[in-house]
Design a protein around this ligand. Structure first.
Ligand code: HEM
Length: 238
């Protein structure tokens, strides 16, 4: 457990470091990182003006809101996924044995598992998807408001101002999409599914990251971090 808490802290430190652009050694972790906000805000402003000087300007209060959003959105979510996937792997002897066999067969050569190596471990990737499905790290309603004039969804008129949300917990356990054993953690379902079923499963599980223009901006980073971190602990710690 100490390893997981340590790793979770390191991931948080890594994200803060990425925002602040300072060496990791200079950061001490605190559950209250309010004191970092002015620095993070400066960083966000610098980053915006460096990358899009003409199109996008971000000012005072906006950057102070944006800065902690990046840290909160990018850490707790990823760490929750890391912990749940790890828990499902190490508490399930069949899954654990398969992860280990896959790692052994891959004969990884890098000193730290690379993104490309992790993506080439299909069973581990299936564990990540299955872990995020069975224990979604984000289950807030994230409601969206129907715009002025209302909207029509599947032929049904939804009046303007209606708040529409989705029940994530139910979506991810739908037997029509994931099969009759949808309630249990079984990574194999991702490797056995027909193309059609796989597409449906992926479409639903992707909702973990939100949808459309609201979709998580950090999705590629989160998947990279999870693959590398879980590949690494599966190789050296489990
Ligand atoms: C497993 C990890 C993650 C999950 C499950 C997740 C989930 C989500 C969800 C569901 C939303 C959309 C909320 C909505 O509908 O309004 C969101 C938004 C966002 N996420 Fe993530 N996230 C993860 C990791 C990350 C990471 C690593 C970063 C940054 C490095 C990040 C940055 C953001 C940002 C900036 C937004 C707001 C996008 C906007 O302005 O609309 N997330 N995330």
């Amino acid at each position: 457990m100490a390893i997981f808490i340590g790793l979770a802290e390191d991931m948080i430190a890594f994200n803060i470091q990425r925002c602040l652009c300072v060496p990791l050694a200079h950061i001490s972790i605190s559950s209250d990182y309010q004191f970092l906000i002015p620095y993070l805000a400066l960083c966000v402003r610098g980053s915006y003006s460096a990358h899009s000087p003409d199109q996008l300007r971000i000012i005072g209060e906006q950057s102070e809101i944006e800065a902690p959003l990046q840290v909160i959105a990018g850490t707790d979510t990823t760490v929750a996924s890391f912990r749940s996937v790890s828990m499902y792997i190490i508490s399930n002897p069949r899954v654990y044995a398969k992860v280990q066999a896959e790692i052994d067969a891959a004969q990884l050569t890098s000193s730290i598992v690379t993104d490309a190596e992790a993506r080439n471990l299909p069973y581990l990737q299936a564990c990540i998807k299955e872990g995020m499905r069975i224990f979604p790290p984000v289950t807030g309603l994230f409601s969206k408001r129907v715009p002025v004039g209302g909207d029509t969804i599947h032929g049904k008129l939804i009046p303007e101002g209606t708040e529409i949300a989705y029940a994530a917990w139910d979506f991810y356990k739908d037997p029509k999409v994931f099969g009759p054993d949808a309630e249990i953690f079984r990574p194999e379902r991702w490797l056995e599914a027909s193309d059609e079923q796989l597409a449906a499963m992926t479409r639903v599980t992707d909702l973990v990251f939100g949808y459309g223009k609201y979709q998580c901006l950090g999705k590629p980073i989160a998947l990279l971090e999870l693959g590398k971190a879980l590949g690494e602990v599966s190789t050296n710690c489990f």
